[in-house]
Ligand binder design. Structure first.
Ligand SMILES: C[S@@+](CC[C@H](N)C(=O)[O-])C[C@H]1O[C@@H](n2cnc3c(N)ncnc32)[C@H](O)[C@@H]1O
Length: 323
């Protein structure tokens, strides 16, 4: 059976990444601390200074990413004095000015976003996931994220006749057109660039956990089995869980020690242990093999009540919503 490698590093990602060679990772997928958010838990960066703050990391990210690799940045803007502060756009512009190609904006739609009433806007139910690359050519495996065609196909494509059995060219002579006959017999279709996944409702011992389905989507889309994934702001290790499930090697870096314990707890629970060799490094900078305990957690309840979670839950509410 193939073995995959999971590395957990306790430390600042700028320092930790210096241990890695150039062009090592196929994909960086991460959610950094947002501006002015979670100040009690970790850095609160002023929105006006955010782009400058983020540029501190970009050179190392660029160096360790392969030529055909991708960088997916999950981030959200913020309302200040009644208007959206555009620090997210400023950050993407700053990255573009430093050579990154912003290929597309994916949107993470949260169908279970917190309900409520805001007098000037509606419920906020999505976040950006920017897709950045170093080069025009990059690895992309679209077939890995195909979805079933669904009921629509059965209803619409059964017994095509008359006008529906002809090609329709675009009215504005663009050369584009559609021919429904091309879809007959197809079972899958490519998804759009929105990802519909609910917020994590359980207390994972971290205040800003994203659902594992989010990194999972991008890992499938931009990497293949055995590739190398990096989450430099690992938090509770959701990217690690997604990477292990999909048989990828992964490096998780987290600068707060209590969250490193949460990562270890969550990975133990996944029990991918037979397929994965685990490594750990702390501030002494030695990377050593770490043997997770297979029997540490038996049920979802166990992880919710794990020691590291209790440590967190003294300060945070038990039901934790993303950012
Ligand atoms: C938004 S959270 C990530 C949450 C993660 N996606 C999850 O699902 O749990 C950002 C994390 O980055 C960590 N962090 C902030 N600055 C860092 C740095 N320079 N190096 C490593 N980790 C850092 C914070 O402690 C926090 O846990």
């Amino acid at each position: 059976m193939s073995q995959f490698r999971t590395e957990i590093h306790f430390g600042d990602c700028i320092n930790v990444l210096q241990k890695f060679p150039n062009e090592h990772f196929n994909l960086i997928v991460t959610s950094p601390p947002y501006a002015d958010a979670r100040k009690k838990h970790y850095d609160g960066i002023e929105p006006d200074k955010y782009a400058q703050f983020f540029l501190k990391f970009h050179a190392e990210f660029w160096r360790v990413l392969k030529k055909d690799g991708s960088f997916v940045l999950n981030i959200k803007d913020k309302v200040i004095n009644g208007v959206r502060h555009r620090y997210v756009w400023e950050t993407i512009n700053a990255l573009s000015n430093n050579g990154w190609r912003c290929v597309d904006d994916y949107l993470w739609i949260k169908p279970n976003a917190m309900p409520g009433y805001w007098s000037t806007r509606l419920r906020d139910e999505w976040e950006y996931c920017f897709h950045l690359t170093k080069n025009q050519k990059f690895a992309m495996y679209q077939d890995a994220v195909r979805r079933p065609m669904g009921e629509w196909a059965e209803k619409r494509l059964n017994g095509l006749n008359g006008k529906s059995a002809e090609r329709h060219n675009s009215e504005n002579d663009s050369g584009f057109g559609r021919d429904l006959r091309n879809w007959v017999g197809k079972e899958t279709v490519l998804p759009g660039n929105t990802i519909n996944i609910g917020l994590v409702g359980k207390n994972m011992g971290h205040p800003a956990v994203f659902p594992t389905g989010l990194p999972e989507f991008f890992i499938k889309l931009f990497t293949k089995e055995g590739d190398y994934i990096l989450d430099p702001f690992a938090g509770s290790g959701s990217t690690g869980i997604a990477a292990e499930r999909l048989n990828r090697n992964v490096v998780l870096i987290e600068k707060k020690n209590s969250y490193v314990s949460v990562i270890k707890d969550r990975l133990c629970k996944l029990r991918a242990i037979s397929r994965v060799r685990y490594f750990y490094s702390d501030l002494t900078e030695n990377v050593t093999e770490w043997t997770p305990s297979e029997t540490l957690f038996d049920s979802e309840e166990d992880i919710i009540n794990s020691p590291s979670n209790q440590l967190q839950s003294k300060k945070t509410p038990r039901v934790v919503l993303k950012k």
